[in-house]
Design a binder for this molecule. Sequence first.
Ligand code: GDP
Length: 601
Amino acid sequence: MTQETPTENSTVRIPTALAVGELAEILNISAIDIIKELMKNGVMANVNQVIDFDTAAIVATDLGFELEEETDEINSSESSSKEQLTAQNTSLRILEKENTNSLPRPPVVTVLGHVDHGKTTLLDRIRLTNVVDAEAGGITQHIGAYQTQTNDGRTITFIDTPGHEAFTEMRARGAQITDVAIIVVAADDGLMPQTREAIDHVKAAAVPMVIAINKVDVENADVARTKAQLPEVDLIPEEFGGEQVVVEISALDGTGIEELLESVLLVSDLEEPKANPNKPAIGVILEASNDRHKGPIATVLVQTGTLHQGDAIISGLSSGRIRTMSDYSGNRIENAGPSTPIEITGLNSVPPAGERFEVRDSEKLAKREAIDRQRDFEAGNTGRETVTLDSLFGEIHQGNIENMHIILKVDVHGSLEPLVQTLEDLNEENIAPRVIHASVGSVNESDVQLAVASQGIIIGFNVQIENGAHLLAEQEKVEIREYSIIYDIVQDITQAVQGLLDPIFEEEQDASVEVRQVFRKGRRNAIAGSYVRDGSITRSSKARVLRDGNVVYEGDILSLKRFEDDVREVNTGQECGIQVDGFNEFEEGDEIIIYHLKQIR
Ligand code: GDP
């Protein structure tokens, strides 16, 4: 991409999708600045992540640049950046906030909180149908989202899989769909562990919250006490002079529900959710299953653009053409704009919840892309790297990760606050450890999801790791570090922020070589005339010389020649001359193992 170095306020042309690093290069500013700006807007991205034009435009505007889309690339489904865009999920929460073609869209709301505090009852009350009873009656088919109208005619989209696990699982897949989170706290119970956890998860996602103090109708409701607890989690209610919107409700009898909806709109109006309905749709799978008659059937949320019946779409490894579309009440529709939850059929397999979907020019293109993805998937190119304490420093400095995010689990309450404080005080010039969640108890799956979604690490202090969490951490490549001495945690984090942790290397064998003849140039320079049995040798490889199975020397390759010429690489079946730094005692029949060291932490 050849671009002149732009000055602030000049218009810069960029493609319809590009990596954060590419944008940084075009704007001639650091990728870290762009990543920080994206973070401010609720988008977690690393330097290699592809963002679309609208997202780029928003952050660029905030940084003082004006961007223009290279329109001729918009429909080029084969553009590599666009393919990458589909391969890597990017949050769309703030897409098109300031784009001129964008129009306001309904906010998307998720309800979170401690078990039994009334999430389901609230969603049910808002919808005015009895979901709780329907679940008890065993009706399994339901669409995972619905829309509601407020008294003044405005629409709000509710995702009705409540709970922060679902919220963070989606985020872990890169799908940040929520504009506003309602945290339900029962007034007779107050802040409970899962309330605190939910609040941390929402904060980590930088999603604004409305606190709904529920069950105000029950006899032992203590609204004042519940409000007074909020500062414990750094939420200061407006009536105490803070900014946290708090509404008192009864999900059961309907008290305060209208006020809650108004507050949601008020909070979301500050964010101004917008999207451009006049382009191909992009969205997220909320849930999907296989129907015996209809085949794969998915509830999806359109985030931007408009989805039409007959559109070719791709989602993860699935592709297809939209055969039927229906809204949340089961009515057949033909078009669905931004923030609309719908049910679709026509995909050729069941994509996972949280997977992004996108429209392609033709079903054939979508299918071909899905096959490519399948191939990548089978080759293990899932794109996710392990984030470890040891690699963090490098990743942060390369702009791949924004900061050191820590999830801390401890055995007793007493050690929590001091440890959080100590860790957060360990910041260096560029790296500031941030404890995004700290609580008492074993490491669970939701901790791992949070670590995935926030590219963080988990520190367990004298706690167990639940089985499911172990498995998920392995699968998602999340590091869980276990400690029993506080000093060790502090020492490791101190070293990590200073980039001083020793990396660990693992040996990978590249080739095995047979020495067939030894040439000497003077007393010092022995060259092993060798035959490569298998593998390939490069000049940067290391060599281990074996004689009768015993190691006689290990060192770097000093020179690699074919005939008289220096070469970069020699492969299986070829002959070559190898000189090993510091070794002159080659003998005919020696074996040389060629290897390199790969950093694993
Ligand atoms: P969830 O686990 O957070 O989804 O909680 P539910 O919605 O299932 O509610 C748990 C229990 O609390 C149910 O028995 C509800 O009927 C009851 N409940 C929920 N909201 C209220 C409320 O505002 N007032 C009263 N009295 N009970 C409520």
